[in-house]
Design a protein around this ligand. Structure first.
Ligand code: SAM
Length: 288
């Protein structure tokens, strides 16, 4: 698993179907707009509006931190005073710790190689807990979020930026047929693969393993202060099959961007009709 993990998380070209779509500037701008109301303000900025009186939050944790990007943004934006990143992959923690040291921030960003559940069970009174694209890799969200609640102060903050769509075994032929109809209406030069397959990562069996259970588990243990859906219902499954302008036989930048704009328009409709696949949530622990 670790050899896979190393390549998977340290090389953008190996990133899963749920991430790459957000790297396109038009898509990023739309997601930002839907979450923060501005194409230039990334989702973390919504924390400033939701808990303005308590920033920077003194003691916080980023669960499933990978090679450590979110933690730097939290410090850059002065949203937290300190953050500990937690991941069970030694390689990821090693890279993340070296990056924190190289940036001169080791006094505010630290890393722990641990199972998230072990860390949460032993760490009380955190001011905030962050999950960025990591909660959908867990099973049994009900018990996990109980632990998250227990690890927080009563006035703690939970921040999620997550895939909350169907779990990997929940895709129907209707979903797949719909994506393929849209895909086939795009120009030939933009289509890299013959068909769109169900977005089930074969490299990572934890991908979306029980993702449809996330929202009910959050509601059981937290009161949602802010929720901003940003779709992905069409773009996330289709984008990895597109041929990019820099690939052999690829479309021009203009043709590619036009295809992305069409997918964005369909994405807005699809994520308004059904539950959005991606969302940002800020929540507080329930008192009961
Ligand atoms: C999709 S990556 C996200 C990494 C990072 N948060 C980001 O957004 O770039 C999910 C991470 O969660 C970690 N993870 C999954 N299950 C975990 C667990 N039970 N305990 C600790 N880390 C876990 C994985 O090792 C992986 O690095």
């Amino acid at each position: 698993m670790d050899a896979e993990g190393i390549a998977y998380w340290s090389r953008p070209e190996h990133h899963g179907w749920d991430e790459v779509w957000l790297n396109h500037p038009l898509v990023r701008a739309r997601a930002n707009q839907r979450v923060t109301g501005s194409p230039d303000l990334w989702p973390l900025a919504s924390l400033r509006a939701a808990v303005p009186d308590r920033l920077p939050l003194p003691r916080t944790a980023s669960i499933g931190c990978g090679i450590g990007n979110l933690e730097h943004s939290l410090i850059d934006l002065d949203l937290v005073r300190t953050v500990v990143g937690v991941d069970y992959r030694p390689y990821a923690i090693d890279v993340a710790a070296r990056r924190a040291a190289a940036s001169g921030r080791a006094d505010r960003i630290s890393y722990r190689c641990a199972q998230a559940r072990d860390f949460l069970a032993a760490e009380p009174d955190l001011d905030a807990i962050f999950f960025h694209s990591s909660l959908h890799h867990f099973t049994d969200h009900e018990s996990l979020l109980r632990l998250v609640r227990g690890a927080q102060r009563p006035d703690g903050v939970l921040f999620l930026d997550e895939y909350v769509g169907p779990s990997r075994n929940e895709w129907s032929w209707r979903d797949v047929l719909r994506w393929n109809r849209m895909y086939w209406s795009l120009p030939r030069s933009v289509r890299r693969t013959r068909i769109i397959r169900p977005p089930v990562s074969r490299d990572d069996p934890t991908e979306a393993v029980e993702s449809s259970r996330i929202l009910p588990a959050v509601a059981a243990h937290f009161e949602v202060v802010l929720r901003r859906d940003y779709g992905g219902n069409v773009l996330a499954p289709i984008y990895p099959s597109l041929r990019r302008p820099d690939q052999t036989g690829g479309p021009s930048d203009a043709v590619f961007d036009d295809a992305v704009r069409r997918l964005l328009a369909w994405d807005d409709v699809a994520s308004a009709r059904a539950q959005s696949f991606h969302t940002v949530i800020i929540a507080r622990p329930r008192r009961n």
